[in-house]
Design a protein around this ligand. Structure first.
Ligand code: SF4
Length: 1017
């Protein structure tokens, strides 16, 4: 029995030595059996390949520690079924329920996040060989909660023992127990090799100790070098120390081999060595700084593609090491698709995030959440289901969308039913080319609406789960549903296939879990929650054949053992790699140490970086993002700084818009993009790209215009070429309104989009009253309250009338104004009523000496003459509705305009031309309605019950040439603005000019305007 530990730096030939030893032993024992234990399947596959090429695969078993444990139990005639992860999760949930008196964790005991953390802790305790009873004893006197974790751990383990199963961590216990108990086991294994590890957990160390006593020869490799005193080797030094404490072994240090290019060799030797003399990176090591992780992903794949094409390196000889895989996965996938490069991610994604599974979960949630509008439309539209057998098809989603907006469907099957049944009673003519609905789709009515409701009803009935049942009965209902809805029957992508397979695995685990743990009645909601939590915890991975030549994307921990010709290590900025270390939420650092668990802090991530950076035999790329998500500078990571310190050359910084060599383009899209930047398409690309190039040439002036600081030209709303048509449309007979003037005054482009093109955003229905509806409602109540009072100057009478009027109008408001009240509608009514009462009282105080003489007084409509503004000898017609007109004893008048909110009611808004209503109304009262001389006017903010700051009578504004004072001055200034606005509209001047405090959300162009500026608060 000999045990040997081979320690050598990266690239020193440790695996090669293992293979040589395997071949030598095979020579003497041709059928072995020889065992080679490696950290993961990837390494097992690679080792098998190498040993086959060397001519010795027969008689050699290559696998992980888990495989070894199974073999031991098999040989001991004690095979044990092992739970899958979802099954283990099921047992854990069951165990939590079984433990009585949980208090500390009671509020979160049902949460998937708690289950996940707990499963991790139990797994770690098991791997460290901390038995449940020992842990219970250990937790006595420890802080609250730890005792509860210990109880759950014991219940979980008892659960497994009761049914004679083990989980993946527990199988090591059983295997080592068998080994301890049966000395005949493994006696015929002449050699056991353990290769590719850089650390071992407690369970693995114990196994190695027993193997060292049992097997004739045990050969273990570790990275490092004699002395193990370098920072880069600390992690391995600890692993060696742990082995030395556990087993007696001869340690052999392998010398370095100078087979690597000079810069990679220097990196291996000098990383984290302060006194190292810097050398040049040469052409084999590239350090690249780019703006973002997305660009890192693109540049890494471009770099690899160039090596594959120009240097003949095969894709499977390349690897990308990405910390924080969730951050990089989407970017790598996106660039891989564009660059036509296949990637194999070694880490899976949450099954619940697979689009088909997410759609399925949303579908199941429909009856539980009572058919919310968006989820219902998405379920009908989803490409993963076929609802024809229920009478619905995907195009019906658009029809239901129109129905939902017309019928204000927000949530609830009864709302869908109400909206569709109302439409079924009428028969609208087909709209043909010009539709009544906003998006060009006919509003279904009559039979079409009936058929939609029949389909939706059948769909909803099919989704009703049994009220109560076992998990197994819910699963079988669910499987029937998948069949009925033809789930994923058409156009499956490889990702869909993998997700579907994962789903089947989860369903199997749910059934199996129940059959071994015992049947229990559950409810639809509990089943849905359990399924969702299992799907969130389960991973899926798109299948790629091992034989396919693809670029590997590895997590940091997987970057060990194997070597590649080209490796890109991403994410060398602060917080990414090394990743931020956080304390274990259950076990503090000193507790972990006492229990023999690996530390969470000071995890020697330097050793992991050493491993990742020394995987390349020929080419290495190190990248880092320089701009954080918030746009701030992103500091380099200590690893980046350490590499920089040992090389002379500065890293390459890729700047935004930096010209690139066309030959470096990794896709046609990129070639086209760079050609546009260079303003020339090289002849070599003409054949493929000329059509798109011509198109881009046509649209490029548009893009340039929009990127200019100052709006100019036809693509920025300067439509002077249309002046003739605009002069006709907005000619002498055109009747303007103050709100149109104001729209142009605040942003000419908003006027173009909203008034000239008459575009309106299509908004989904929302619960409750919107700002426009509220404004109309409050205006109506105030008008009616004053009209109903016999004496509108008598406060008590107006308040009494207000009470009656508001009650009546509020009661009819949902139908009249078309909104679906929220549960707070009653409370809102009280608040609005209180604000209106305050307003009436406030207006009464303002009203001393004034008598209201008109409410909602029109001009230019309802038979009243328009205001005719004579400007530059031209007549401009204006119409409007004056909220209120007051008269003084000497027959002067003032205008009052109600506003719901209190913003933009200042003098400045008139000065800059954003608010023109008040002076125009004053002018209309005098010139169009002949009501007297206007001497004052103000805006009244109803909900604030106060007047705005602009008072026509006190208005004052001076420029270098003009002076404007009082109501006459305000009118003169408004006329000046009107002149500017009318001539701008007629002259086709519609540049987008965001208002100083940001664009209003109600601007019809807000969703797509390239100059949109959010509101500043
Ligand atoms: S989004 Fe802003 S800049 Fe664009 S049209 Fe609307 S208000 Fe003008």
């Amino acid at each position: 029995m000999t045990a040997k530990i081979l320690v050598g730096p990266a690239g020193s030939g440790k695996t090669h030595q293992c293979i040589q030893r395997v071949l030598e032993v095979l020579n003497e024992n041709p059928m072995g059996p020889i065992w080679v234990i490696v950290p993961d399947r990837l390494q097992a596959y690679a080792f098998r390949g190498r040993i086959s090429v060397a001519g010795g695969a027969i008689g050699v078993h290559t696998g992980t520690f888990g495989d070894l444990y199974h073999q031991i139990l098999w040989d001991a005639d004690e095979p044990v079924p092992v739970t899958s992860d979802p099954m283990a999760q099921r047992f854990l949930q069951d165990s939590i329920r079984r433990v009585e008196g949980i208090e500390h964790f009671a509020p979160i005991s049902d949460m998937p996040g708690f289950h996940k953390l707990l499963a991790g802790t139990i797994n770690e305790l098991k791997l460290a060989r901390v038995w449940p009873d020992d842990f219970i004893e250990w937790t006595e006197g420890q802080p609250d909660g730890l005792g509860e974790i210990a109880q759950i751990y014991r219940a979980y383990q008892a659960n497994l023992a009761d049914i004679g199963w083990a989980d993946s961590a527990g199988i090591s216990w059983l295997a080592t127990e068998s080994l301890d108990g049966d000395r005949s086991l493994l006696h015929d294994w002449p050699l056991i090799v353990v290769d590719g590890f850089d650390s071992f957990n407690g369970s693995q160390r114990t196994t190695l100790r027993i193997l060292s006593q049992r097997s004739p020869e045990l050969l273990i490799t570790l990275p490092g070098q004699e002395g193990m005193d370098r920072v880069a080797h600390r992690r391995f030094a600890k692993a060696l120390e742990g082995l030395e404490a556990e087993l007696e072994a001869e340690i052999e240090f392998l010398p370095r081999k100078e087979t690597l290019p000079p810069s990679l060799d220097h990196l291996e030797q000098s990383l984290f060595v302060p006194e190292a003399t810097p050398i040049s990176t040469g052409d084999r090591l590239t350090m690249l700084e780019v703006r973002s992780p997305r660009e890192e992903a693109r540049e890494a794949l471009r770099w690899l593609k160039s090596l594959i094409i120009r240097h003949g390196i095969q894709a499977h000889e390349c690897a990308i090491v990405a910390p924080a895989p969730e951050r990089y996965r989407a970017f790598l996938r996106e660039a891989g698709l564009e660059f036509d490069m296949r990637l194999r991610f070694t880490h899976g994604e949450s099954l619940a995030s697979a689009p088909a599974i997410a759609a399925l979960l949303d579908l199941l949630a429909l009856p539980l959440t009572d058919y919310p509008r968006r989820l219902t439309l998405e379920a009908v539209r989803a490409p993963y289901f076929d609802l024809k057998s229920l009478g619905l098809n995907r195009a019906d989603a658009d029809r239901l969308d129109v129905v939902s907006r017309q019928g204000l469907v927000i949530q609830g099957l009864d709302q869908w039913e109400g909206a569709l049944k109302r439409l079924a009673l009428i028969d609208l003519p087909a709209a043909g080319d010009k539709s009544d609905s906003e998006d060009g789709l006919d509003l279904p009515s009559g039979e079409a609406a009936t058929s939609l409701w029949v389909g939706l009803q059948a769909f909803s009935e099919r989704l009703i789960m049994p009220e109560e049942g076992t998990t197994q009965s819910y699963v079988s209902w669910f499987e029937d549903l998948l069949d009925d809805l033809q789930f994923l029957k058409e156009d499956q992508t490889p990702g869909d296939e993998a997700a579907f397979e994962g789903l089947r695995g989860v369903l199997r685990a749910l059934v199996l879990g129940e059959s071994v743990a015992g049947e229990k009645k559950t409810t639809p909601m509990a089943f849905f929650r359990m399924l969702r939590s299992f799907l969130e915890r389960a991973n899926y991975r798109e299948r790629v054949k091992w034989t396919d030549s693809v670029v590997l994307v590895l997590r940091v921990l997987e970057a060990r053992g194997l070597r590649y010709k080209a490796v890109a290590v991403l994410g060398l900025s602060e917080g990414l790699f090394p990743e931020v270390e956080r304390e274990d939420p259950f076990l503090r650092e000193e507790m972990r140490e006492a229990l023999g668990l690996e530390k969470r802090l000071e995890r020697e991530q330097g050793g992991l970086f050493y491993q990742a950076a020394t995987r390349a035999d020929e080419h290495l790329l190190l990248t880092r993002p320089t701009l954080a998500d918030d746009g701030e500078h992103w500091e380099p990571s200590p690893f980046w700084i350490a590499v920089r310190a040992i090389f002379e050359d500065e890293p390459r910084l890729l700047r935004l818009g930096e010209p690139r060599a066309m030959a470096d383009a990794a896709s046609m899209e990129e070639a086209l993009f760079w050609a546009v930047r260079r303003k020339a398409l090289p002849g070599a690309y003409s054949e493929d790209l000329i059509e798109r190039w011509d198109y881009l040439r046509r649209v490029s002036p548009m893009l340039h215009a929009r990127l200019e600081k100052k709006a100019a030209g036809p693509f920025e709303g300067i439509l002077d070429g249309l002046a003739d048509q605009l002069n006709v449309r907005y000619g002498l007979e055109h009747v303007w309104s103050p709100s149109r003037f104001e729209a142009y005054g605040s942003c000419p482009h908003r006027f173009l989009v909203g008034s000239t093109l008459e575009l309106e955003p299509i908004e989904p229905p929302v619960l409750g009253v919107d700002a426009r509806q509220l404004g109309s409602m409050l205006h109506e109540i105030l008008e009616q309250a004053y009209l109903n009072a016999t004496d509108p100057t008598d406060l008590a009478q107006v308040l009494e009338a207000l009470g009656e009027v508001s009650e009546e109008i509020f009661a009819q408001a949902p139908d009249r104004y078309g909104f679906r009240p929220t549960a707070l509608w009653e409370v809102e009514q009280d608040q609005f009523r209180a604000a209106l009462e305050e307003s009436v009282e406030g207006l009464d105080q303002e009203g001393e000496g004034w008598t209201p003489i008109a409410f909602e007084r029109p001009f230019g409509m309802l038979g009243e003459p328009p205001l005719q503004m004579k400007i530059d000898g031209e007549r401009i017609l204006v119409r409007g509705l004056i909220d209120r007109l007051d008269q003084s004893v000497n027959e002067q008048i003032r205008v009052v305009d109600y506003k719901t909110g209190a913003s933009h009611l200042n003098s400045r808004d008139l000065i800059i031309g954003h608010r023109l209503q008040l002076p125009i109304y004053a002018l209309a009262a005098r010139d169009a309605l002949s009501l007297g001389d206007p001497v004052d006017g103000f805006y009244w903010a109803i909900l604030r019950a106060e007047a705005g700051n602009l008072r026509l009578g006190k208005f004052k504004h001076e420029t270098q040439v003009d002076s404007y004072e009082g109501t006459t001055g305000a009118i003169a200034l408004a006329r000046k603005h009107v002149r500017r606005i009318v001539s701008g509209v007629r002259g086709g001047q519609f540049p987008p000019i965001p208002p100083q405090d940001g664009c209003p959300e109600f601007c019809p162009a807000a969703a797509w305007c390239w100059r949109y500026t959010p509101k500043s608060w």
